[in-house]
Design a protein around this ligand. Structure first.
Ligand code: NAI
Ligand code: NA
Length: 396
């Protein structure tokens, strides 16, 4: 069928298999162009189908010739209805990995559940024996705790006071004032339950209990800090509490891995357009200004550039992994550069509907957003019929 983007609010209901494949191929080419990385060889990526997780899987496979197992939660296609983008990304990734002679298998299901953990442990046991790197890159609005059966929903709200600031509807370019009411009730606990470190620790405990972590194995989860304009809704809001919890969990996991000489890291990454970040008010305006400045400075990065740099210049240098005073790896260093932030803050004051297209990178934002769903990629013929029924090779 001919597949076009169909928007509803901040999400796109369709995805283009050929565009997603092109996007994956572009990322593979980028990693290859940067040379070999002396990294992990058997890698489990939890949240492997889009964003930073997909970039991690690609960096391991095509930077270090690693065998990868990817866990994700995506919608397969049905006749006449496209799959979710992460499904097509994973299909393309496996196809390319298999072509390159690399082991790659995937598990599609709820990573928070005992069943998917069981299935993953069994697959590692049968095929790889052990893994030496576990990337934890889930972004989800909801989690059912398998021990209690309670379903938690995360919220993106400030704590204590209403937050008002500018935001942009990136479809129309309209800049407006938005007010977000503070969280209430169990919002903080629920957000921590979904996006904090509890499930990460459960995964590592389960792997360790069955001796599936190789000596010296590392695990990495992703976090965000960001500027003062987004602080109330992000780092000092409910999601920030979850990130605090995630970061604290890294120390607990490291303690539990001491006997196998393993370590848990949190890497603080740059703000990027993903399905998750588009839904947070204020963030799209910040990102469109940030992109403009970082592109002008020649330091703009997407997920793949970020993770390739994380691997080559932080995790796998052969030396000590550089961390900040809180033990975190920082690949948001260029975003947080003082001169970059000073310029963004200045533009923030000026930004209006009339000038945003000029002072901000609204076009770049939109393009990245469309790219997430496989649209607007160079070299893809969107007028041609595309087969929506593309399958992930390892998933029956
Ligand atoms: P994403 O939405 O692109 O990827 C999320 C992944 O999790 C997908 O592979 C999805 O299939 C999987 N997933 C979601 N729920 C699942 C479930 N129940 N079971 C199995 N898989 C599930 O998100 P993104 O942006 O790559 O986020 C990954 C991490 O990076 C998050 O912790 C996020 O907070 C962090 N981060 C994101 C930044 C951004 O600007 N986008 C900046 C810094 C950190
Ligand atoms: Na991810």
């Amino acid at each position: 069928m001919i597949i076009e983007p169909r928007m509803r609010g901040f999400i796109c209901l369709t995805a283009h298999p050929v565009g997603c494949e092109q996007s994956v191929k572009n990322q593979i080419e980028y990693v290859k162009s940067k040379g070999a990385i002396d990294g992990a060889k058997k890698v489990l990526v939890i949240g492997a189908s889009t964003g930073f997780g997909l970039a991690s899987r690609i960096s391991s496979a095509f930077g270090s010739d690693a065998a990868t197992i990817g866990v994700f939660f995506e919608k397969p296609p049905m006749a006449g209805k496209t799959a979710s983008p992460g499904w097509y990304n994973s299909a393309a990734f496996e196809k390319e990995a298999h072509k390159a002679g690399l082991y790659a298998k995937s598990i599609n299901g709820d990573a928070f559940s005992n069943e998917v953990k069981r299935e993953t442990l069994d697959l590692i046991k049968a095929d790889l024996g052990q893994v030496d790197l576990v990337i934890y890159s889930l972004a989800s609005p909801v989690r059912t705790n398998p021990n209690t059966g309670v379903t938690h929903r995360s919220v993106l709200k400030p704590i204590g006071a209403t937050f008002s600031n500018k935001t942009v509807d990136f479809h129309t370019g309209k800049v407006s004032e938005v007010s977000i009411e503070p969280c209430a009730g169990d919002d903080i606990e629920n957000t921590i339950a979904v996006m904090g470190g509890e499930d990460w620790a459960m995964w590592i405990d389960a792997l360790k209990a069955e001796n599936l972590l190789a000596p010296g194995a590392n695990t990495v989860a992703y976090s965000y800090i960001g500027p003062s304009v987004t602080e109330a809704v992000y780092r000092k809001g409910t999601i920030g509490r979850a990130k605090d919890h995630l970061e604290a969990t890294a120390f607990e996991i490291s303690d539990s891995l001491a006997d196998i000489n393993g370590k848990a890291y949190v890497s603080v990454n740059k703000a990027l357009v993903t399905q998750a970040s588009s839904a947070i008010p204020v963030i799209p305006l910040y990102i469109s200004l940030l992109y403009k400045i970082m592109k002008a400075e020649g330091i703009h990065e997407g997920c793949i550039e970020q993770i390739q740099r994380l691997y080559q210049q932080r995790l796998f240098t052969g030396g000590e992994v550089p961390v900040d005073e809180k033990g975190r790896i920082r690949i948001d260093d260029w975003e947080m550069r003082e001169d970059v932030q000073a310029q963004v803050a200045q533009l923030w004051e000026q930004a209006t509907t009339e000038n945003l297209a000029e002072i901000g990178d609204l076009e770049g934002y939109r393009k990245d957003f469309y790219n997430l769903f496989g649209f607007d990629l160079a070299g893809v013929d969107y007028k041609a019929e595309a087969d929506e029924m593309v399958q992930v090779e390892s998933i029956a």
